[in-house]
Design a binder for this molecule. Structure first.
Ligand code: GDP
Length: 528
């Protein structure tokens, strides 16, 4: 029996689904743990701090699970906070990038951009931010590691405004310079929130609330400096504005130390108060499915299961509308076939047992999901199909070959399978032939995933040979011949039929564009 639309509306209103975007080492794992601590999922933090020697391919959350004995999935962590349900969707690809990283951002309603106070904006954060901007995902900024020497608040604020055109509107202003983190000025109330360190930062940091007068007595010139700089920001119009935040123009900012658990409650409050709850989505027929409409969901990630048999493939879906009940039979929009969700897997924080019910914004893993690919729609009742997840511009290219010619059939089958799962983009041309497909990826680790899965799931040893191309452009049949004659260019057809020209570097591209202005060379921008 399905719940009433009222129940669904209530569940939606108290849900927030977000991801943390950051550069490796900014403190994503530490912050995740700190959030779990605040949500009282765990009683003590600290075991996973310091990742020296940890393999980047091992999910940090799995580490956390081992260390803490709590059950978290490598894809979504769900916890309750003051009556709200928070879904933190992991952005994989810690030391590297993959399409998965981008796809996750299609499953969230907000992002937390986590920045190291000493380093400022770093490359992976920038890339992920661009995806958020492109998709209209509002961003909350957290300046982390404020307990360590770093830059000044205004310097960091300026860097963000100038480099990415996002205006930070701090909700809290730090009292004490980076390296001497005393507390924060709540810019909306004028109150001082003073933090107290706990042993090893292992438990929630106690907070003391003081009015301005007492704060001045307590912190002297540090308090005065915070008030002055905060006033300066107000004069420049850098106060929180909900409309501008949701429009992606401004970003509420918080100063924190994930390691000391300072500023973590402030982040949770900001998520609950400011981040948007799940909303409906428009289908390809331009008809909007409301959150209270019958069940629908989008698959945003497909993963081979733990037991290395591809039968155990897990598809993760984000629920868009309605109530999900385990066992429900849903329709796979791409094939029109029914799909039984008997084995829906809990990707919930508290326990790993099966999911019984879930609501819009929640992430559910489906076992045995052989037919499902990223971007696919599942629904009940009235047909709906959501737009496909855009594929992102690849920057790494390599030829894949089977080590032994005798395995060609398995190789071909495996390639089709991995291609359909969206593990990498697969390109072919007549010169290279079918036995040497070219893989295109946004991060080189995707190639390792391919060779590893080729071996474990299909028993095919493969080798990867990198190609000297650095970018891809979409072209057409008319331009293909001329492009093929250019030095540093090779033309391919992608499985979806798109004709792509791989170019060695941007200088070569600029040269060709200048010499042959009529040739079609379009950037592979992600579709909206
Ligand atoms: P990730 O790669 O973004 O997941 O980063 P981690 O959470 O693994 O943190 C990277 C390193 O920074 C670890 O050594 C952490 O202990 C440390 N770290 C994380 N947050 C803080 C912080 O707020 N203050 C300090 N001093 N160190 C931190």
């Amino acid at each position: 029996m399905s719940s009433s639309p009222d129940t669904v509306a209530r569940e939606v209103a108290r849900r927030r689904t977000f991801a943390i975007i950051s550069h490796p080492d900014a403190g994503k794992s530490t912050m995740t743990e700190a959030l779990a601590l605040h949500a009282r999922m765990i009683s003590e933090a600290g075991a996973i701090h310091g990742k020296a020697g940890r393999k980047s391919t091992v999910s940090d959350w799995m580490e956390m699970e081992k260390a803490r004995g709590i059950s978290v999935s490598s894809t979504a962590l769900q916890f309750n906070y003051e009556g709200n349900v928070i879904n933190l969707v992991d952005t994989p690809g810690h030391a590297d990038f993959s399409e998965d990283t981008y796809r996750v951002l299609t499953a969230v309603d907000a992002a937390v951009m986590l920045i190291d106070a000493a380093k400022g904006l770093e490359p992976q954060t920038l890339k992920l931010f661009q995806v958020c901007r492109h998709r209209g995902v509002p961003v909350i900024t957290v300046i982390n590691k404020w307990d360590r020497p770093g830059r000044s608040p205004l310097e960091l604020i300026d860097e963000i405004s100038e480099r990415i055109g996002l205006t930070p509107t701090p909700l809290f202003f730090p009292v004490g310079i980076a390296g001497d983190f005393r507390g924060v000025l709540d810019r909306r109330t004028g109150e001082y929130v003073r933090f107290t360190r706990t042993a090893g930062g292992a438990t929630i940091a106690p907070e003391e609330f003081l009015d301005a007068e007492h704060a001045a007595q307590r912190e002297g010139s540090d308090w005065e400096a915070a008030v002055e700089e905060s006033d300066l920001l107000s004069e420049m119009g850098q106060d929180h504005d909900e409309e501008l935040f949701l429009a992606g123009e401004t970003s509420p900012m918080i100063f924190a130390s994930a390691a000391l658990n300072f500023g973590v409650r402030q982040l949770l409050e900001a998520l609950v108060e400011l981040a948007p709850p799940p909303t409906g989505r428009e289908g390809i027929d331009h008809h909007e499915r409301e959150v209270t409409d019958p069940f629908s969901a989008v698959v945003f990630k497909v993963q081979a299961g733990m037991d290395s048999s591809h039968r155990d493939r897990l598809a993760y879906m984000r629920i868009v509308s309605g109530e999900f009940e385990r066992g429900m039979v849903v329709t796979h929009a791409q094939t029109g076939k029914p799909f039984t969700t008997k084995y829906a897997q809990a990707v919930f924080g508290r326990d790993r047992s099966t999911v019984d019910t879930a609501y819009p914004g929640d992430v559910v893993g489906l076992v045995n999901a052989m037919a499902l690919a990223p971007g696919d729609t599942l629904y009940t009742d009235e047909l709906v199909q959501y737009p496909p997840i855009p594929s992102f511009a690849p920057e790494h290219f390599a030829v894949l070959r089977a080590e032994s010619a005798g395995k060609y059939k398995q190789f071909r089958k495996a390639m089709d399978q991995l291609d359909s799962e969206g593990v990498v983009q697969v390109l072919r041309n007549e010169v290279r032939g079918d036995a040497s497909p070219v893989l295109a990826a946004v991060g080189p680790m995707q190639f390792e995933v391919v060779t590893a899965r080729m071996k474990t799931e299909f028993g095919v040893e493969t080798s990867v040979q990198n190609l000297p191309y650095g970018l891809a452009r979409r072209t057409d049949a008319e331009s293909a011949d001329e492009l093929g004659r250019q030095r540093g260019v090779e033309v391919f057809t992608r499985t979806d039929g798109a004709i792509l020209a791989l170019v060695s570097d941007k200088w070569r591209l600029q040269y060709i564009e200048k010499e042959h202005p009529k040739l079609t060379l379009e950037p592979l921008v992600a579709a909206a």
